[in-house]
Design a protein around this ligand. Structure first.
Ligand code: GAL
Length: 715
């Protein structure tokens, strides 16, 4: 008997239908639970990133109870897709879902998580659409899928919801709203199964830490990675690059690495992955000269291969059906494709001293990349390849440097869940300064690093405002690939730029220790105020439009803070943007002090500041200890003893974990590192004094003389 097609479809549909169930959870590390719904794909985000949980560090965070009501979590597979539902309670706020640039609060938003170039709206299409969210109730949820997932983050209302809002009459009821209360995050995964993780708190920051540690912990940069970097115009020659480096020394500006843009390659894009011999006739000699000047070299590339590249032919069996800018698109999930690329990078570049890469164009836009109908030889879908291309390129190039026991610090334009441990910083072509700061804030929820790079400016004011913020980010960079700008391009603010590039160098012991905490403890070095204890925003709803003649669709939004952030354990950064002469700063509960003067600034209150263009407002907590070094032109090299000046603020006893290792190799993984305790506590007479614990025997010890500076004037 032949069944009519329609009936067959219905029957098949039913046979796949399972009723929504509350999943069974198993604890895979202390405070981390996993469930498997349906039949998940083998290739997921954690698999692509080859994430290795830092179980020891997770154990240190201790055990915890499952942080959600299990009965309120529902999952079901239906018609080849997975439906997930997680509860939200009243007044709960959620953060995350990747690198968003306009919004911090995600409750109420609808997103499709899709690796893409940021296009000016937070709709899920972004450089790192990490499917991880964290709640201010102290837990996190991660959906381990390399698919485009749809998220209704507290926007939809189920008719069987026990918290369903009352229908209201728009004609007469002033409380009528276009956004009725929703009590769940609902997620659609376009596959018949998925792995889901839940991370315990007790605080939201703890949940973020557990997520990062489960992905291997944050990357530990080489010390030089935290110095200043300049990317030079794309067609620069070896000689011009050497001259640029010398100009930095002449002007007295710090510089640790220079980035070469597409013109170092004989053809791009698509790329040949080999030096252009007219601009770089002797790359090895060039790298040697740069090394003698104390400057490392980072190379731009994109992943698409030109027919003129020496790796084109060997790569052909491993490429997809489509081209990008006329280049073939390798399926880098295939080990042979990986080794063909890595061999070229290694022999032609890394072996002669290249220190890292900028991996461009692995994100989007759609019209540039392969379409979703493309096919790849590994059998993975175009969608999976898109969601993981940046992750895999980071993973394999990190391995290349690891082989030589040297750390790298690079740039990438796409990442995803599970990628916390990669030594790459994300950047974008979009250039809205305000968005760049919101991105920096959100990077801390997503297990990624972001730089608000500086390229050009219309005025000296804009230039210094951008420089001030990039100095408080994972990579202090001027990307002059097309503008040709230099730190001193705006003479009217040159001394202010110098002040901040010097301050960046002075703060290296602080930033380095903060990154070590990212690596060993999972704490993001740059993060939202919402992760800070004692931070409270007036959460009242703000009415977006009140003039019904202009817009009858009155809407309300919740006030969110997206222009101030924490930089390490003790420092609060409150940027100003061009045109702004003053701003409000929300100081969390507890006493806060001005970083520059040590003077008391406030306690759990909103203050107004008008600092002038020469300063970015910086505040530190009571008891803050900030280790600083002399402003040098280059980061200290392995084995170099560095004298420290330790600044202490406020009046409360304080302590700080100062991290030390050789700053260049992976020997810390074999235990060659130390934490020194800096402490300010009262002596017998009650006077506060500073002390440092002894260096551990047999471990790297790069700390020279210590002086203490008590910044807050005594009353
Ligand atoms: C862009 C990239 C820029 C620069 C440029 C060079 O895609 O975002 O930073 O590298 O390519 O062509």
């Amino acid at each position: 008997m032949r069944l009519p097609l329609k009936l067959l479809v219905i029957l098949l549909g039913f046979s796949q239908f399972t009723k929504a169930q509350s999943p069974t959870w198993s604890e895979v590390a202390p405070g981390v639970w996993k469930t498997i719904i349906g039949n998940p794909e083998v290739f997921d985000l954690l698999e692509a990133a080859e994430a290795k949980p830092n179980v020891e560090a997770l154990q240190k965070l201790g055990t915890a109870n499952f942080p959600l009501s299990k009965a309120d979590i529902a999952a079901e597979v239906n018609n080849g897709q997975t439906f997930l539902r997680f509860p939200l309670v009243k007044e709960e706020q959620i953060f995350g879902f990747g690198l968003n640039y306009k919004t911090v609060y995600q409750r109420g938003r609808i997103l499709e998580l899709h690796v893409d170039h940021y296009g000016g709206v937070d709709n899920g299409r972004t450089h790192a659409p990490v499917p991880f969210y964290v709640s201010d109730k102290g837990y996190g949820v991660f959906i381990n899928s390399a698919r485009y997932m749809k998220v209704w983050a507290g926007s939809a209302v189920r008719k069987d919801s026990p918290n369903a809002p009352e229908p209201r009459d728009r004609n007469t009821d002033k409380k009528w709203t276009s956004k009725p209360y929703s009590d769940a995050v609902e997620i659609l995964v376009p596959f018949a199964g998925v792995e889901v993780y839940v991370f315990a708190g007790p605080t939201a920051l703890d949940a973020v830490r557990r997520y990062n540690l489960y992905s291997g912990g944050g990357p530990l940069p080489p010390r030089w990675g935290l110095g200043f970097t300049q990317r030079v115009p794309t067609l620069s020659t070896a000689e011009q690059v050497v001259q640029s480096a010398k100009l930095f020394t002449e002007h007295g500006f710090p510089l640790d690495f220079i980035g070469l843009e597409p013109g170092w390659q004989s053809k791009s894009y698509p790329c040949t992955f080999e030096w252009d011999k007219s601009r770089f006739p002797d790359p090895a000699a060039f790298l040697k000269t740069m090394k003698s000047l104390g400057i490392r070299i980072n190379l731009w590339t994109n992943p698409y291969i030109s027919a003129e590249s020496p790796i084109y032919k060997p790569m052909l069996p491993y490429v997809g059906t489509h081209t990008v800018w006329g280049g073939v698109v390798p399926d880098y999930t295939i080990p042979k494709a990986q080794s063909i690329l890595l061999e070229q990078l290694s022999n032609d570049q890394v072996k002669i001293g290249v220190s890292g890469y900028k991996i461009d164009e692995c994100d989007g836009y759609d019209r540039y990349l392969w379409p979703d109908v493309a096919k790849f030889p590994s059998g993975k879908s175009a969608e999976q390849i898109r969601q993981t291309y940046g992750l895999i390129l980071q993973k394999i190039t990190t391995g290349l440097f690891r082989q030589n026991n040297t750390r790298t610090w690079g740039l990438v334009r796409a990442s995803n869940g599970g990628g916390s441990s990669f030594p790459y910083v994300i950047y974008s072509d979009s250039y809205i300064h305000e968005d760049y700061i919101t991105g920096l804030i959100n990077s801390g929820f997503a297990g990624v690093l972001w730089t608000p790079e500086v390229r050009g400016a219309k005025t000296g004011e804009e230039w210094i405002r951008r420089i001030q913020t990039v100095c408080f980010s994972p990579m202090a960079m001027i990307n002059a690939w097309s503008s040709g700008t230099k730190p001193w391009s705006f003479p009217e603010v040159e001394k202010d730029v110098k002040f901040y590039s010097d301050l960046r160098m002075q703060l290296m012991p602080y930033f380095y220790s903060e990154f070590a905490k990212y690596h060993f403890e999972g704490t993001p070095p740059f993060r939202a105020m919402n992760l800070e204890p004692g931070f409270k925003v007036n959460t009242e709803l703000v009415v977006k439009t009140t003039n019904l003649n202009v817009d009858p669709y009155t809407d309300t939004i919740q006030k969110e803070i997206k222009d101030q952030y924490m930089s390490g354990e003790y420092m609060l950064v409150a940027p100003l943007f061009a045109g702004q002469t003053s701003r409000e700063v929300i100081l969390p509960k507890g006493k806060w002090y001005d970083f520059y003067t040590g003077k008391y600034a406030g306690d759990g209150e909103v203050i107004k500041v008008s600092p002038g263009i020469e300063r970015i407002p910086l505040f530190v907590k009571d008891g803050a200890i900030i280790p600083m070094m002399k402003a040098t032109l280059h980061a200290p090299v392995a084995g170099e003893k560095v004298d420290l000046e330790i600044c202490y603020y406020g009046a409360k006893p304080g302590s700080y974990k100062l991290y030390d290792d050789d700053g260049e190799t992976f020997n810390y993984e074999k235990g060659d590192f130390s934490w020194r305790e800096l402490k300010v506590s009262p002596d017998k007479k009650g006077k506060l004094i500073g002390t440092i614990s002894k260096a551990e025997k047999g471990k790297s010890d790069n700390i020279g003389n210590i002086t203490w500076k008590f910044m807050t004037p005594e009353k």
